[in-house]
Design a binder for this molecule. Structure first.
Ligand SMILES: O=C(O)CCC(=O)C(=O)O
Ligand SMILES: [Fe+2]
Length: 268
């Protein structure tokens, strides 16, 4: 098993986990530069780098210190559901507390533990690309809410100073850290308070058999990825029973095939 006992205990108890500094400072800085250009000067990048997870940010797709956790909490067959980047200036926010509670009954988002194993639905990974302190206002969580059996109570949904739930937790971490949380944990992207921007990449991972987000990554960005990274965007199915034994939709099968990743060239 890849997670330490303490990590497993912490993730199960709280619904989120920080793995500090999984990237070198140079790797993080290179992605910061890419996101700066994506947001402010996209023409300075080749077309296949003009969105995440293309170019330097592609190391995040299958980073071993991320994939080993995901294999343990989702399962051996996973996909990337969604990829986006943020350049959040002082005063900007993603929004209020959302998620948590009885949604755990849902097959896409649900969180269960069975026979000593975690079965998480969608898991979001935040890659913080600058140093973050607890005062800055990065993602925050209502600890334990991924297992709540009742609707989130309004008294626990305020982000206002002095009115915050005693269960509201956030994190501090160095640049290049990964924060994992089950989408079922009640969370928020509060107002960013630091003078310098929050630069981060957010990925959503899920079981190979599920597909929640309709993928919006530009086709040229997906096409520019090496085959082993495109594999995380392969079609969402497990077995093809036209063959005997059934063909399993593994990464190896995808790499040895010429089939494209899921189609992103669609109309809304
Ligand atoms: O921006 C954040 O810190 C949180 C983002 C969020 O809520 C999400 O991606 O689901
Ligand atoms: Fe969210």
């Amino acid at each position: 098993m890849a997670m330490t006992e303490e990590e497993r205990f912490r993730f199960d108890l709280a619904g989120f986990l920080v793995r500090p500094a999984i990237l070198s400072r140079d790797e993080a800085a290179e992605i910061v530069d890419q996101i700066d250009r994506i947001k402010h000067n996209p023409e300075s990048l080749p077309p296949e780098h003009r969105a995440v997870p293309g170019g330097p940010s592609s190391i995040l797709i299958d980073h071993p210190k991320v994939i080993d956790v995901l294999h343990e909490i989702i399962g051996p067959d996973i996909r990337v559901e969604n990829s986006s980047c943020v350049w959040r200036k002082k005063g900007q926010a993603h929004g209020e507390l959302h998620g948590g509670g009885p949604q755990q009954g849902d097959a896409i988002f649900g969180y269960r533990v069975n026979n000593g194993r975690i079965y998480a639905g969608m898991v979001r990974v935040v890659f913080e690309l600058t140093d973050v302190t607890k005062e800055d206002g990065a993602t925050c969580f209502i600890a334990g809410s991924h297992k709540a059996n009742f609707q989130m109570h309004p008294e626990h949904l305020s982000l206002e100073e002095g009115k915050r739930s005693p269960f509201l937790m956030n994190y501090e971490c160095p640049a290049g850290s990964a924060i994992f949380f089950t989408e079922n944990t009640c969370h928020a992207g509060p107002v960013w308070k630091r003078d310098t921007p929050r630069v981060a990449v957010l990925h959503a991972y899920a079981h190979l058999a599920t597909h929640w987000h309709r993928l919006t990554i530009p086709p040229e960005v997906l096409a520019g990825l090496p085959r082993e990274k495109q594999a995380y965007f392969r079609e969402p199915w497990i077995a093809d029973f036209r063959t005997g034994p059934a063909t399993h939709n593994t990464i190896e099968r995808f790499i040895n095939n010429d089939e494209p990743p899921v189609n992103t060239n669609h109309k809304p």
